[in-house]
Ligand binder design. Structure first.
Ligand code: PMP
Ligand code: GLN
Length: 375
């Protein structure tokens, strides 16, 4: 008997594989295709010959943990204690999985807001707990009335994702007020705030859970160096949580990975001395604007994008196919890969929407747009 009977290969893997098979331009899975910052490649090349190849301490390479504390201080004006409140993880994925496994028990309920990223539900199921999928409003704002109704004495955790994959939406002050009210009523609920796109925001900066006093003692913050430094393949990120939660999370981490690969921890801790994360938003805003301009004469209708490197588009003017069929034909007939949005919903509702990743060099965006404008 499978422990996860409904889980199949992730849509990101399926679409990337199909893109490769058909030699299509891959705007599906979210990863950049341009070269890394040379300062980072220089650091890692030098470190390869230094003494940084053995286990680091379980929770992370101490200089990196101090750098993370500095980063959180400068980005959010929050003081954290590296030894007790930070855990370096093998990507945000492992941070999410480990946190859920450590804190969610049999019979607990976890609120997940749809459309939702695919890493949240399976760890909940593996804890013999129940994922409660609550739909966002049509404009992708949270529906606090339905979230309130979904909460009960069984609710252990609410997962928020801000900026939001796939919709690019960010939460506003009123959302945090509503969340605060809800948490006041339910003192045992903890929040998992997936902020892997924290530095990829455009006209407006997102509001981080780090900046909300009411969350500090009951929230796990998830970050990804993969997203912030264009190194998704390095699989490195970190979580920040109050000591009483982190103590439990570290118990699981210790046996899941023990410690994260040492050379990337050492490289990132040095790189953090020279890189300015505040430039990332402008960098990706230019890509978003360029991609939107290239598509302005296409028959796709582009949705607003406040953050992340994803652009949601409606193809309702082009085809009546469901979004999975449309994405497959987009690869086979037109040579561009995208992600169908229905896969982010528990009921797989088809809204004729697909997601493009614009973390690509200009040539790739231009070549893809040319094909998309011909449809
Ligand atoms: N959360 C969200 C919302 C994501 O889009 C991703 C994909 N990168 C992750 C978590 C996982 O991040 P990582 O690659 O660092 O595991
Ligand atoms: N986060 C990436 C995306 O949304 C996918 C990462 C993965 O393939 N697991 O495209």
């Amino acid at each position: 008997m499978s422990k996860l009977p409904n889980v199949t290969t992730s849509i990101f893997t399926v679409m990337s594989k199909m893109a490769a098979e058909y030699n299509a331009i891959n705007l599906s899975q979210g990863f950049p295709n341009f070269p890394l910052d040379e300062r980072l490649t220089d650091i890692i090349a030098r470190l390869a010959k230094e003494n940084v190849h053995q286990y680091t301490p379980m929770a992370g390479f101490p200089p990196l943990m101090r750098q993370i504390a500095k980063l959180v201080q400068s980005s959010y004006n929050r003081t954290i204690v590296p030894e007790t409140e930070i855990l370096v993880t093998a990507g945000a994925t492992q941070g999410i999985f480990t946190s859920i496994l450590a804190l969610v028990k049999t019979g607990d309920e976890v609120i997940i807001l749809d459309p939702s990223y695919d890493s949240y539900e399976s760890p909940v199921l593996l804890c013999n707990a129940k994922p409660i999928r609550v739909a966002l409003n049509d404009d992708y704002t949270p529906n606090w009335e339905t979230i309130k109704k979904a909460c009960s004495s069984k609710t252990k955790m609410i997962i928020i994702n801000n900026p939001h994959n796939p919709t690019g939406k960010i939460l506003n002050e009123d959302d945090f007020l509503q969340l605060e009210k809800l948490l006041l009523k339910h003192p045992d609920i903890i929040v998992l705030s997936d902020e892997v796109y924290e530095y990829i925001t455009f006209e407006e900066k997102h509001i981080s859970a780090h900046t909300k006093d009411f969350l500090l003692n009951r929230c796990i913050m998830v970050s990804s160096f993969g997203k912030s430094f264009h190194i998704t393949g390095w699989k490195i990120g970190y979580i920040v949580a109050p000591e009483h939660l982190m103590k439990e999370i570290k118990k699981v981490h210790q046996f899941l990975v023990f410690s994260v690969n040492s050379i990337s921890q050492a490289a990132i801790s040095e790189y953090l001395n020279v890189v300015d994360v505040n430039l990332l938003g402008k960098f990706y805003q230019e890509k978003r604007d360029y991609f939107q301009k290239l598509l302005q004469n296409s028959r796709f209708e582009l949705k607003p994008c406040e953050g992340t490197y994803f652009q949601v588009a409606s193809y309702a003017n082009i085809s009546k196919d469901d979004d999975i069929t449309f994405c497959k034909k987009l690869i086979t007939d037109h040579g561009v890969a995208a992600i169908p949005i229905s896969t982010f919903y528990s009921d797989h509702k088809d809204q004729k929407l697909i997601r493009f990743c614009f973390a690509k060099d200009d040539f790739t965006l231009e070549s893809a747009a040319k094909k998309l404008c011909d449809i």
